[in-house]
Design a protein around this ligand. Sequence first.
Ligand code: SF4
Ligand code: SF4
Length: 445
Amino acid sequence: MKLFTSTKTFQGGVHPAEYKELSENLSFEIMPNPKQVILPLVQHIGKPSNPLVKKGDDVKAGQIIAEADGFISVPIHSSVSGKVKKISTEITPSGFPKDSIIIDAADSNEIELKEPLNPETVAPEEIQQRVKWAGIVGQGGAAFPTFVKITPQPNQNIEAVILNGCECEPYLTRDYRFMIERTEEVIEGLRLIMKSLGVGRGYIGIEDNKPEAIKKLKEAAAKYDNINVEVLVTKYPQGAEKMLIKAILNREVPPGKLPLDVGAVIQNIGTALAIYDAVVKGEPQITAALTVSGYGIKEPKNLIVRVGTPIANVIEYCGGITEDASKVVIGGPMMGVAQFDFSAPVTKATSGILILTKTEENLHEETTCLRCGKCIEVCPIGLIPTKLSRFSQLDRFEDAEAYNITVCMECGTCTFTCPANIPLVQWIRLGKQRVLAMQKERKSA
Ligand code: SF4
Ligand code: SF4
């Protein structure tokens, strides 16, 4: 029998095999620094950062080596002490090459820190400035600059901050370990976000398959009467912003609108901790916490690694791959990106590296659509994936636009459920990119 059960959820969704058992009981390990780090100038949504260093410069860990370019951008700090080897175009986990600063690491492990601030007396503006300096980006996948999200704008009416503790992607256990190992600091991170935004109500949404974390969070939150730990049904994609808002606040975010439009701000557990570390410890975002898992890796682990560490080094540190390993994915299996070049680095928002075998990939041949309607049943935001995918295949982008393709959050729920094994989300993603480009052209015409 489950210790905690819930009926709070959203319409649709699926329940893929969890595979959490591979790593959920493994405490975080700190991986030794690599010999070289690759720091892409775009590790976030927004404009690339501008380099402040050149080949041959000595840098310290924690030093700003690229400044933010505009409002939606973040600075980048060196994640190791050492010497700038070059600035060149390197492959990134997105599959696209990007301008990057390559640093050869020295033996020194010291980090340049800012002075610690008292979380009880720190002013909202000081939190925002510290988070801006620290270069923090959202840990939930999108990598949006965090200081923008925690800085109130005129005419905004935010009533609640929700921390996403669902970690609904299979395999990933990084947020789970954070909630177990740094429970009090997660709550303090949430309080800092609430203070920064001037919001009086905070929630942590967590699925009912994590009883130990729920217990610890409830105990830690008990001393604050404005923070609730909300136990939610274990279902994918429960951690998506719109699904959390529906389950916790019973509000619908209309198509094309943002959580802000219904009075909510969502942050990830790892982001709350990065904010805590920046404010209370004076740390910039130079490490990434990630789960390395899958039956294709010899020693699954939860790791803290320096940003810029090549994927190949992480795999090697985890004992290497098994003979039947067949695919490497950055992120979770539902929304992650398959990798073809393991020299790509871990970036600020990397949450996992999965090494899957053929059996886990569950490869089946694609057949024609059975018109079963299952993809429509499970789409959490009420789209018609079968039509969207078809429009995309046929280059019918106006039709795809009319059927709201741009609203798709690329959660992969439709693809997971399709008995004909049609790569629906892959087609939809392509079509969405084309429609967004079309809309941009229309605006500039
Ligand atoms: S990927 Fe898009 S279309 Fe498919 S289920 Fe998710 S939101 Fe719906
Ligand atoms: S789930 Fe697959 S087979 Fe069924 S209607 Fe959708 S696309 Fe067709």
